[in-house]
Each structure stands twice: as structure tokens, then as C-alpha cells.
Design a binder for this molecule. Structure first.
Ligand SMILES: NC(=O)c1ccc[n+]([C@@H]2O[C@H](COP(=O)([O-])OP(=O)(O)OC[C@H]3O[C@@H](n4cnc5c(N)ncnc54)[C@H](O)[C@@H]3O)[C@@H](O)[C@H]2O)c1
Ligand SMILES: Nc1nc(=O)c(N)c(NC[C@H](O)[C@H](O)[C@H](O)COP(=O)(O)O)[nH]1
Length: 286
């Protein structure tokens, strides 16, 4: 029998955790003892990502780029452990081969004891992949982690008209994930956010942490997507990535007077230095 090497575990100190906690889903919907989010029409949505001083989240489309330092990386895993689901677009799944689990020590401990006792559990990975671009296979990191019990099998949302290969379907189902067909009735063959969030709600997921990438983030920072966002947590890394990066810059709309309207502004803001990074938490001003 092959033994699985121990994975890195992370800890997030109580001081910064106390600053971030007000922006988490109410009563931490991802514990085994609460049902607080059951009356909401949609899951609680936390939009979170890391960007450079020139607002890039990666050096270019398809290039995995580490921006977070160790302290803010631990914060990301703290966030993951406090949400029911973690969502990325197909571009991120293809570029990063992400694990989409929490390596927070408490989440790892919960895996080991079956997640009992009201402690945090692993988030359910969700990938938006209307055209079936993500060639998930047995060696995909998220699948490996689910197989070894360090994460959950992903739900992959595909357009109703997309026929998925049987091999990929089996890979997902073997680890408790699956394809979910959803009509991509938005512009350019995209899902409407209301539809995506309704599916997650039907799956019993009361909160979702949305990590990216560029297209997903930009569509959630401008109307109509921003109406679904409950909190925003941005890690700002002290570096510039230069021209050609994947930039966070949502589209502007035009007001009735023909003048440009800024897409969004944060309110109820907290700044939290973490190592060499700074983390900005806020809520979209309505
Ligand atoms: N720094 C960070 O925090 C961070 C986080 C995530 C990704 N990234 C980086 O971002 C880059 C990828 O960004 P991107 O913009 O190419 O990819 P993305 O992850 O936003 O994926 C875009 C794809 O996702 C799907 N998609 C997105 N919104 C959808 C919707 N509403 N309905 C249906 N499908 C939808 C489509 O297939 C689309 O082509 C990579 O380089 C990755 O490393 C960085
Ligand atoms: N917070 C954050 N800091 C970064 O520097 C960075 N590159 C990402 N990127 C988010 C994106 O969702 C990645 O795909 C996952 O971070 C992959 O990492 P995992 O294998 O899941 O740990 N996120």
C-alpha cells in the first residue's frame, strides 16, 4: 500500500482572525452545529482574491502567480474553512490546477475525526465550466485531495448543451463530485449569477467563497453581479506585475446623464496588515 505524505498545515492567529470574522458568513454556516443561513434566497457570498499594486491577479491569462505571503495565504485557508463552498472559473481551474481545500490545521483535524463536534469542515469546490474546458482527471490536485480525504469532490457547472466525456464524469463521481447541467442563459454563453447561486443553495450550500479568476471577479464587482456579493476580502501584495497581467477592473456603466458611473465602492472597511501584505475587508456600498 502506498502511504500518502503528510500535507502542509497552516495556522491563522486569533488577532487577525478577530478582524476578519465580522466579514464571514453569519454564525459560520460551515460548522456542523448551525443552520443560520437557511432563510436566505442565495448563499452568503464572499469575494476574495490577491492582487498586486497594479491590480493584477496573475502575470497573464493561464499563468499561475503566487502573490500572497505565508500569513495572508493562511488567511485564505482560514476563509476556506469557514465557507460551505469555494468557487472558481474554468480559466483558473485550467491554469492553476488548484486544490480548493483548506489546509488550516483545524480543518485538517476535522477531516481526521470526520468533521464532528461543530468544528470546521472542508469547503465544496465548485467550477464554472459552461463549455467543458477543464479536462479534470485522476491526477488533478482537487481530485487527489478528495481521494485522500483532505477535501471534497468538485461540482462542475456545465451548460445544458455541453456533452461531457464519460471518463471525466467517472473521475468526479469517484470522489463524490459531479457535473451539474445549468442553462447558460446570460450574455456570451455565461450563467446568470442568480442561477449559479440558486443551484448552490439547492445543494445545501449556505455560503460560498469566490476566489476568481479575472472574469469571475470583474463580473461580480459590477452590476448586476455585485448585488449578490456580501463581503469582499482582498489581499494586496507589495509588488507590481506589469503590463499584460490579468487585471481586476470591472466594466463601467453610463448614468442617465451620459456620464461614467463607477462600478462599486466598499464601505464598512477594515485594513489588516498580514506579514508584508495588507488585507482589505469591506462590503459593497448599496
Ligand atoms: N491572485 C488571485 O487571487 C487569483 C485567483 C484566481 C485566479 N487567478 C488567476 O487568474 C487567471 C485566470 O483568470 P481568467 O479570467 O482567465 O479565468 P476565470 O477563472 O475567471 O475563468 C474564466 C472562465 O470561467 C467561466 N466563467 C466565468 N464566469 C462565468 C459565468 N458567469 N458563467 C459561466 N462561466 C463562467 C468561463 O468558462 C470563462 O471562460 C489565472 O492566471 C489564475 O492564476 C488569480
Ligand atoms: N489568495 C490568493 N493568493 C495568491 O497568491 C493566489 N495566486 C491565489 N490564487 C487563487 C486561485 O483560486 C488559485 O487557483 C488557488 O490559490 C490555488 O491554490 P490551492 O492549490 O487551491 O491552494 N489566491
Amino acid at each position: 500500500m502506498t502511504s500518502i505524505p503528510p500535507r502542509e498545515t497552516l495556522t491563522f492567529p486569533p488577532g487577525p482572525a478577530a478582524l476578519i470574522t465580522p466579514y464571514l458568513p453569519p454564525n459560520n454556516t460551515n460548522t456542523t452545529t448551525t443552520t443560520s443561513s437557511s432563510t436566505r434566497a442565495y448563499p452568503y457570498v464572499t469575494l476574495t482574491y490577491a492582487h498586486s499594486l497594479d491590480a493584477s491577479i496573475s502575470l497573464g491569462p493561464g499563468i499561475r502567480t503566487a502573490l500572497s505571503g505565508p500569513e495572508s495565504k493562511a488567511m485564505t485557508h482560514f476563509l476556506r474553512a469557514h465557507h460551505d463552498a469555494i468557487l472558481v472559473g474554468a480559466g483558473t481551474a485550467v491554469a492553476d490546477d488548484p486544490g480548493l481545500n483548506s489546509r488550516l490545521a483545524a480543518a485538517v483535524a476535522a477531516d481526521a475525526d470526520g468533521g464532528g463536534g461543530g468544528r470546521v469542515k472542508q469547503p465544496r469546490p465548485v467550477v464554472l465550466d459552461p463549455r467543458g474546458r477543464w479536462a479534470v482527471h485522476a491526477g488533478s490536485k482537487v481530485v487527489e485531495l478528495a481521494r485522500e480525504g483532505s477535501g471534497l469532490g468538485p461540482l462542475v457547472l456545465v451548460d445544458t448543451g455541453t456533452v461531457m466525456e464519460e471518463g471525466r464524469r467517472r473521475v468526479l463521481e469517484a470522489v463524490g463530485g459531479r457535473y451539474i447541467a445549468l442553462e447558460a442563459r446570460g450574455e456570451r454563453g455565461r450563467f446568470e449569477w442568480a442561477d449559479v447561486l440558486s443551484v448552490l443553495k439547492q445543494e445545501g450550500l449556505g455560503s460560498v467563497m469566490i476566489e476568481g479568476g479575472g472574469e469571475v471577479i470583474n463580473s461580480l464587482l459590477a452590476p448586476p453581479g455585485n448585488a449578490f456579493v456580501d463581503s469582499v476580502i482582498v489581499t494586496i501584495a507589495p509588488t507590481w506585475l506589469g503590463q499584460g497581467g490579468v487585471v481586476v477592473s470591472p466594466v463601467r456603466s453610463t448614468g442617465v446623464d451620459g456620464q461614467p458611473v463607477a462600478p462599486a465602492r466598499l464601505t464598512d472597511v477594515t485594513w489588516c496588515p498580514l506579514g508584508e501584505d495588507v488585507v482589505l475587508c469591506g462590503r459593497i456600498l448599496r
